[in-house]
Design a protein around this ligand. Structure first.
Ligand code: NAD
Ligand code: MG
Length: 396
């Protein structure tokens, strides 16, 4: 048997990180954890280190590193603790690493994920915000290094599974008419519009089908998540927003579809459990057990579909506009959304104000061409400042 692949899990303490470690632990002969990173839940990171014995762990501050290093020593482990963004990039690009799982949430994941791409690692991408912010530069880096980039986002993983191997020659060439990007519609799909003023963060995070981190849960409630995924799909599959149709499918059993010119529509189905796309991407092109229960179609009984309502979900419209504008617009959208979601989770703004804030920031920030990563971070910082100014004027 060949030696196990060494894996860095960026964002190991999060929802996707934990699902990944669950799949990895089922296949010790195939996969070994090389590095684990965490940000706030450091006691959990320690427990994960004890369980998976990585060579490296990464935490945000020197104080946290000292504490974790002491705790690891007491636990009898020789895991080395690194600090901050430098540490994240180091464990992403380390010569011993085969695969990097990018599961940090938000803009904080961009540099470490790019470091993995530039070092030619196999990259399994959950951190959609990184791609939304810097799509053109990110995909250039993928092509330059020749790395294998596989989507973990369940929809994109489904689309990837429904495309032929040579899809990179162009979707039109392989006969694709449209991508049908499915969405559950989240917890507020049927909430009376007048009640949306009063919904709480906990209600927004109570997703009907998926268990996820709080930021992506709010994004799913507002359907900004689908908007970010639309942009993500444009980059991953080299297509335009016009070729992507969003379809609300409340059961979350079909994870997305590809519509071909001959009228065939291919779908990928499964239980809503991230371990399926994670196992698919880890083992691709092989298949491994993920621990996910087989799909029971009889208990699901029916599959429903609806068109999304852009009055109910203005964030989806804003994201589509940003996708069509291109250049810096998606980075502005993403930054304003990150500030807005954090403010909503802190109860500084009401749920409908998420969209109002993003709309205003998009209107204030001109669309400019982006040819360097530093420009992306400048745009990101400017959009965050504009969003904070909006909060100072309108927030609590
Ligand atoms: P989460 O909040 O559960 O976990 C986030 C992880 O990122 C944690 O390990 C945290 O320690 C780390 N992190 C947070 N801020 C950081 C910072 N500033 N620097 C370094 N590390 C930081 O989130 P999640 O639900 O696991 O989602 C992670 C990513 O995967 C997001 O981009 C999300 O959109 C994407 N995604 C998640 C799911 C899902 O089912 N949860 C599905 C598809 C895509
Ligand atoms: Mg998704």
């Amino acid at each position: 048997m060949s030696t196990p692949q060494l894996i860095t899990v960026l964002g190991a303490t999060g929802s996707v990180g934990l699902s990944t470690l669950d799949v990895i632990a089922r296949h010790p002969a195939r996969y070994q954890v090389f590095a684990l990173t965490g940000y706030t839940r450091l006691a959990e990171l320690l427990a994960l280190c004890v369980r998976h014995t990585p060579q490296f762990a990464v935490v945000p501050t020197t104080a946290a590193a000292r504490q974790l290093q002491d705790d690891l020593r007491v636990a009898g482990l020789d895991t080395r603790v690194l600090v901050g963004e430098g540490g994240l990039c180091e464990v992403s690009a380390h010569p011993l690493v085969d695969t990097v799982l990018a599961a940090i949430v938000g803009a904080a994941g961009l540099r470490p994920t790019l470091a993995a791409v530039e070092a030619g690692k196999k990259v399994l991408l959950a951190n959609k915000e990184a791609l939304v912010m810097s799509g053109a530069l990110f995909m250039q880096a993928v092509r330059r290094s020749g790395t294998v980039l596989l989507p973990l986002d369940s929809e994109h993983n489904a689309i990837f599974q429904c495309l032929p191997r040579d899809y990179e020659s162009g979707l039109e060439k392989v006969g694709v008419r449209r991508i049908l990007l499915t969405a559950s519609g989240g917890p507020f799909r049927q909430t009376p519009l007048a009640e949306l003023e009063h919904v709480s963060p906990d209600q927004a995070c109570a997703h009907p089908n998926w268990s996820m981190g709080r930021k992506i849960s709010v994004d799913s409630a507002s359907m900004m998540n689908k908007g970010l995924e639309l942009i993500e799909a444009c980059w991953l599959f080299d297509t335009t927003p016009a070729r992507i149709e969003v379809v609300i499918h409340p059961q979350s059993v079909i994870h997305s579809m590809v519509d071909y010119v001959d009228g065939s529509v291919l779908a990928q189905l499964g239980n809503p459990d991230m371990r399926t796309p994670i196992a698919h991407a880890l083992a691709w092109p092989e298949r491994i057990d993920s621990g996910v229960a087989p799909l029971d179609l009889f208990s699901i009984a029916r599959l429903d579909f609806e068109a999304p309502d852009e009055v109910r979900f203005p964030c989806l419209r804003l994201a589509r506009q940003a996708a069509e504008a291109g250049d810096s617009a998606p980075a502005v959208l993403n930054a304003a959304n990150e500030v807005a979601v954090a403010a909503f989770l802190d109860k500084r703004i009401r749920y409908p104000e998420i969209a109002s804030m993003i709309d205003e920031v998009l209107n204030l920030e001109p669309v400019v061409a982006v040819s360097e990563l530093e420009t992306v971070f400048e745009i990101d910082a400017r959009a965050r400042t504009l969003a904070e100014q909006w909060l100072d004027r309108n927030g609590r």
